[in-house]
Design a protein around this ligand. Structure first.
Ligand code: 5FU
Length: 262
């Protein structure tokens, strides 16, 4: 479903504000690339964010792996997001009861809700996790992705778990606008969940720790996903960050154009 629609067309009719912003951005900037910047030093994170900024629609962070995290880091990330026109996605993978995730999202050192446009959650605790996050994030215009499927070998996110996760999303479409998944999840023409897909690489098939890679073509054309998330394939070689960003941006966009023509 929806495979024939452009990101721009989808933006016009989407009911979720965060999804609209993302789809408009992708159309405007002609990129469906998200780069996962999994480095542990503030200066390196900012330097890579600045280098990949022109090529991405979304910059994905794991803010809790940064050794020298401080408030200035998120302020600089927000500034880079404005300068380069990208959204920030803190890949926090919340997984607790609603009352706890409210605090984990809004409080503590990181105050994720105050700077991250997008975050995500496991559905294992049941629907209360969505409501808890929504209480904090919706008034700030934030959006949530549910982890419907993971990319790693042996992941338990399959079958009824995935089906139930999609059903939960359907009941919270003001806040939940899509999934981390390996394939498109829409069941009717009216549905338009955005699928962001990690486990994308052009050169290797895995990492020895369970990660499994597919190509942008497999992800976008064959599986109907919307955004490719690439980490080490882009920042793995520090001398080639811009070159690899351009390579993945081009591969992702070519795959999208091919899908639009189907
Ligand atoms: F939800 C998921 C998942 O199923 N697989 C993932 O790999 C998230 N990820 C994240 O995407 C993971 O935490 C990394 O931040 C990123 C993939 O990085 P890579 O270097 O491209 O393997």
């Amino acid at each position: 479903m929806n495979t024939f629609k452009t990101y721009g067309d989808r933006a016009k009719s989407h009911s979720n504000a965060c999804a609209r912003s993302l789809l408009e951005l992708m159309e405007r900037k002609q990129t469906n690339l998200s780069v996962a910047v999994d480095v542990t030093k503030k200066a390196e994170l900012l330097s890579i964010a600045n280098a990949v900024g022109p090529y991405v629609c979304v910059l994905k962070t794991h803010i809790d792996i940064v050794d020298d995290f401080d408030q200035d880091l998120v302020e600089q990330l927000e500034q880079l997001a404005k300068t380069h026109d990208f959204m920030i996605f803190e890949d926090r993978k919340f997984a607790d009861i609603g009352n706890t995730v409210k605090h984990q999202y809004g409080n503590g050192i990181y105050k994720i809700a105050s700077w991250s446009h997008i975050t995500n959650a496991h559905t294992v605790p049941g629907e209360g996790i969505i409501q808890g996050l929504k209480d904090v994030g919706l008034p700030l215009g934030r959006g949530l992705l549910l982890l419907a499927e993971m990319s790693s070998k042996g992941a338990l996110t399959k079958g009824d778990y995935t089906t139930e996760s999609v059903a939960m999303a359907r009941r919270h479409q003001d806040f939940v606008f899509g999934f981390i998944a390996q394939q498109q999840m829409n069941q009717t023409d009216d549905e338009d969940f955005i699928v962001m897909t990690p486990g994308v690489g052009l050169d290797v098939k895995g990492d020895g720790l369970g990660q499994q890679y597919r190509t942008p073509h497999q992800v976008i054309v064959d599986s109907g996903c919307d955004v490719i998330i690439v980490g080490r394939g882009v920042y793995g070689n520090p001398d080639q960050v811009q070159q690899q960003s351009a390579r993945y941006r081009d591969a992702g966009w070519a795959a999208y154009l091919e899908r639009c023509q189907q």
